[in-house]
Design a binder for this molecule. Structure first.
Ligand code: EPU
Length: 335
């Protein structure tokens, strides 16, 4: 194991923020990770680095999780069970599934990050959440070095949420994720407005999983910045859930406010809309700003610091609170 000193983490996080890692190690075998845990337990884990905002240098040993490999556990006529190691790139895995005609993940095309982190925030897009296909999550317990298997129910999945963000936060290292996907007969999810429109434009009434993936890729590319070109971490905030009473009040003032009902008492409103209404969309402050096509995404144009972006996020939160009486919650992990 090669522990390197003073490494910049700029190329290891999709925001492209430079902070210094005092010590850094890249791990590509489970055995090496288990050996490492016997000696060191104060670790800072980094995988795809797609859901974090780094605001300071990292004092702990930075462990870059680079475990690769996909294995097919079993197959039936209409289902396949796969186990994928944590360091596989998410989008490359989705494309590989589509190539094999394995269905279920096509709506989650082009989401940045690695497979190992997909359960943590239960990634979701265009009407699908990854929890619907996950069967098991394998993780190493940091304190004991033991490999533990979490069932889908054990993961306590919710909207952008799981046990790994709550009860057991910081206690485990996810090493592999198992999925159950469809074969031959797929359950397509095209109900999301933007996908419907994209397919309609192509006169496609019998889409394949590849067509859906292509539609999602086109939608995301038209709205979301490519982290390789402009540093970002996708949705910076969660879509807030508010009371129907507050929603009715806001609707009087803003008749066009979009909404998704959750229950009789609760309604979800898009954070992107609230931020746009507050005048932040497309605003640039030197090296950082709010994306011009999707106000939910904060961006680093090159040399912003994590502190700058965090400050902007706090200004947005304060403005939304004053204007709409809504608390915006940050989705990415601020370190
Ligand atoms: N909207 C605006 N202005 C904006 C952005 C959005 O008015 O700048 C309005 C749109 O017009 C639309 C509504 O907000 O009425 C919802 O917008 P959109 O469909 O783009 O989705 P979103 O709620 O902004 C969520 C996820 C995305 C995911 C999309 C598609 C969260 C926090 N974000 O965004 O996830 O791709 O739905 O399913 O739930 C991510 O997590 O990184 C991410 C991109």
């Amino acid at each position: 194991m090669n522990i390197q000193k003073n490494i910049s983490l700029k190329s290891y996080n999709t925001f492209g923020i430079h902070v210094n890692a005092k010590r850094f190690v890249s791990i590509d075998a489970l055995y090496n990770l288990q050996q490492l845990l016997k000696k060191e337990q104060q670790l800072f884990l980094i995988s795809g680095g797609s859901n974090m905002l780094l605001t300071k240098d990292i004092e702990e040993l930075v462990v870059h999780l680079n475990l690769k490999g996909i294995s097919i556990d079993r197959e039936h006529e209409n289902a396949v069970h796969l186990t994928v190691n944590a360091g596989e790139n998410w989008h490359e895995f989705v494309l590989w599934c589509i190539q094999q005609d394995y269905g279920g993940l096509e709506n989650l095309s082009l989401i940045p990050g690695n497979v190992g982190t997909c359960p943590i925030q239960n990634i979701g897009a265009y009407g699908v959440e990854v929890k619907d296909t996950i069967t098991k999550v394998k993780a190493l317990e940091i304190s004991s070095g033991k490999l533990i298997t979490f069932s889908n129910a054990d993961c306590e999945f919710g909207y952008r949420n799981s046990i790994f963000k709550n009860k057991v936060k910081g206690k485990y290292i996810i090493t592999a994720v198992s999925f159950q996907l469809t074969k031959n007969v797929h359950k397509l999810n095209t109900s999301y407005g933007a996908i419907e429109n994209e397919l309609l434009q192509k006169n496609n009434t019998t889409p394949s999983i590849k067509d859906i993936s292509n539609a999602v890729i086109a939608i995301r590319q038209s709205k979301l910045p490519d982290p390789k070109e402009i540093g970002n971490s996708g949705s910076f905030f969660k879509n807030p859930v508010i009371s129907t009473a507050l929603f009715e009040k806001l609707k009087n003032e803003y008749p066009k406010i979009p909404s998704y009902p959750i229950s009789e008492e609760k309604i979800k409103v898009p954070a992107g809309w609230l931020i746009e209404q507050s005048g932040f969309k497309g605003k640039r402050f030197g090296e950082y700003g709010v994306h011009e096509k999707q106000a939910l995404v904060l961006v680093n144009y090159g040399n912003a610091s994590g502190k700058d972006i965090h400050k902007l996020a706090q200004t947005i939160q304060k403005t939304i609170k004053e204007k709409f009486a809504i608390d915006l919650e940050i989705e990415v992990n601020v370190i």
